[in-house]
Design a protein around this ligand. Structure first.
Ligand SMILES: Cc1cc2nc3c(=O)[nH]c(=O)nc-3n(C[C@H](O)[C@H](O)[C@H](O)COP(=O)(O)OP(=O)(O)OC[C@H]3O[C@@H](n4cnc5c(N)ncnc54)[C@H](O)[C@@H]3O)c2cc1C
Length: 345
């Protein structure tokens, strides 16, 4: 049944996912408040902002690719509404040596089987497309993968929601079930879900660097260098995001010397001009991973409590689709079953 009239919704968590949900609900005329003690400083602060379903495609994840593609199609409208720039130059996947190229050829076959556009580039075509890169064995151009600056997105969303942002944590133990003063709670607290949902998400540490380069790449570059993955995501003004490590862990997300060294080591091989770059920062955050690496979006066993969490490596990409699913669910009860949080015991 479609809900008519304005709902009162509390969104817990002001990362890219919670903010996107709040903005969509507010746009549809609902009354929203967003609670977060440190808005925008979770995983969304570290994210590189690749909107890259093809670049992330993997065996057994055709459903995630389809969702990513659907969300990519929503991004231009959201970016225009927020006044943030989308990077549309596309992505280059690069194999540095012959072994890396072999891996890339397997990736090309997978993308072809999944119906994704991917143009093979030989050594020369790659050098023409991105002259700042070292001479690499070959590459693939993914024309449909985009990128955005997540910090710009979060800042624009915060500005639009400034009147309804509450700078404090919400304790779901204290008042778990909607009733007093609100019709629904959307839990979007990233890698740290409150009880009784905490066990559904685990932290997957990611370390990432930011430098300012005088000759940055024009495309997003996803490289494999002697078997090691590294990406370079250019931003306007010469900033380049170099990422990212991936580590399953229980401790707090801290930057490690080994993480920084590993990333710089691979990135310098791919982009020799990196040695002249100015250091900006290193950051570490937890990606919100789930048991099956699919997001948790939709109703829970607590009436009126909806999850919008567990987006792992894809939270920026999937934010507009998540916002639409959450708003549709609250208005009409629809559920996107592959992401139904109740699929987990
Ligand atoms: C290094 C790195 C690179 C990445 N690159 C990409 C990329 O290129 N593309 C992509 O799509 N994704 C990327 N990701 C993944 C992406 O960052 C996450 O999936 C996404 O940011 C999750 O957003 P979120 O809003 O769910 O969580 P977060 O951004 O973590 O936000 C959760 C918020 O909840 C708040 N909070 C916590 N507890 C409470 C409480 N009790 N009450 C109120 N508020 C609370 C926190 O303060 C925080 O602000 C990357 C992640 C990392 C770590």
């Amino acid at each position: 049944m479609t809900r008519v009239g304005s709902l009162r919704v509390r969104v817990l968590g002001a990362g890219v996912v919670g903010l996107a949900c709040a903005e969509e609900l507010a746009r549809r005329g609902h009354r929203v408040t967003v609670w977060d003690p440190v808005p925008g400083r979770g995983a969304s602060w570290a994210a590189a902002g690749m909107l890259g379903p093809a670049g992330e495609a993997w065996h057994g994840e055709a459903d995630l690719l389809a969702a990513g593609r659907e969300s990519t199609r929503l991004w231009p409208v959201l970016a225009a509404r927020l006044g943030v720039r989308l990077q549309t130059a596309g992505t280059l996947m690069v194999g540095y040596d012959a072994g890396d190229l072999l891996e890339l050829e397997r990736r090309a076959a997978l993308l072809a089987a999944l119906g994704e556009a991917a143009e093979p580039l030989d050594r020369r075509a790659l050098a023409r497309a991105e002259p700042c890169l070292a001479r690499a064995a070959g590459g693939l151009r993914l024309p449909d993968d985009l990128a955005v600056d997540p910090r710009a997105v979060v800042a624009a969303l915060r500005e639009r929601l400034a009147d309804v942002l509450r700078p404090s944590a919400w304790d779901l133990d204290r008042e778990p079930v909607p009733g007093r003063g609100h019709d629904a709670v959307v839990v979007a607290t990233g890698a740290r879900l409150p009880e009784p949902f905490a066990h559904l998400v685990r932290g997957v540490r990611g370390e990432v660097l930011r430098v300012r380069a005088d000759d940055p790449p024009r495309h997003v570059v996803r490289g494999t260098v002697r078997g090691r993955s590294v990406y370079l995501v250019p931003r306007p003004g010469g900033e380049v995001v170099v990422g990212a490590t991936t580590e399953e862990h229980d401790g707090p997300p801290v930057v490690t010397a080994g993480g920084v060294h590993g990333l710089l080591d691979a990135a310098r091989v791919l982009l020799p001009g990196l040695d002249r770059a100015t250091w900006l920062e290193a950051a570490a955050r937890d990606r919100p991973g789930t048991r099956d690496n699919r997001p948790l979006v939709g109703p829970t066993h607590l009436p009126g409590v909806v999850l919008a969490a567990g987006h792992h490596r894809h939270g920026v990409l999937l934010a507009p689709l998540t916002a639409r699913l959450v708003a549709d669910h609250l208005e009409s009860g629809t559920v996107h079953h592959p992401w139904d949080p109740r699929r987990n015991p």
